[in-house]
Ligand binder design. Structure first.
Ligand SMILES: [Fe+2]
Length: 131
């Protein structure tokens, strides 16, 4: 499980709330994966998490675009790769590769930490004063 704490705060309320929600959603996926063998129930949470990641990235990319953040193109590229990896993992899982979900959950946990603590902190640093 991952736990939200004050260190993850960027100081932009809407984005902080989205990050907190993403962490709750990741925990929901971990929980349901550990608790049930029901593939459809797990896949439903996994799909919901992917949708929320897409929503969050779209929001951040819009903010970065409005402020002419120079790293926008790279961020869009990285977000696309991440979403494609999740989509592929979802298809593999639904095709019966159940054990791969544990690896993907670990990947998501590491990715979200880097996303907030490194990548997002970078752009928030550049945006300060522009909000
Ligand atoms: Fe973010």
């Amino acid at each position: 499980m991952i736990e939200w704490n004050e260190n993850y705060k960027l100081g932009i309320e809407k984005i902080d709330k989205q990050h907190e929600f993403l962490m709750d959603y990741i925990n929901k996926l971990i929980e349901i994966h550990e608790m049930t063998q029901d593939k459809n129930a797990v896949a439903t949470v996994f799909i919901g998490l992917i949708h929320y990641f897409v929503y969050h990235f779209e929001h951040e990319e819009m903010v970065m675009q409005e402020c002419n953040y120079p790293g926008l193109e790279r961020r869009c590229f990285e977000n696309d790769i991440f979403c494609n990896n999740l989509e592929r993992a979802k298809l593999d899982y639904m095709k019966g590769d159940i054990s791969s979900l544990s690896y993907i959950i670990d990947y998501i946990k590491i990715w979200i930490m880097d996303h907030i603590m490194i990548e997002d902190k970078k752009y928030v640093g550049e945006l300060s004063g522009k909000f």
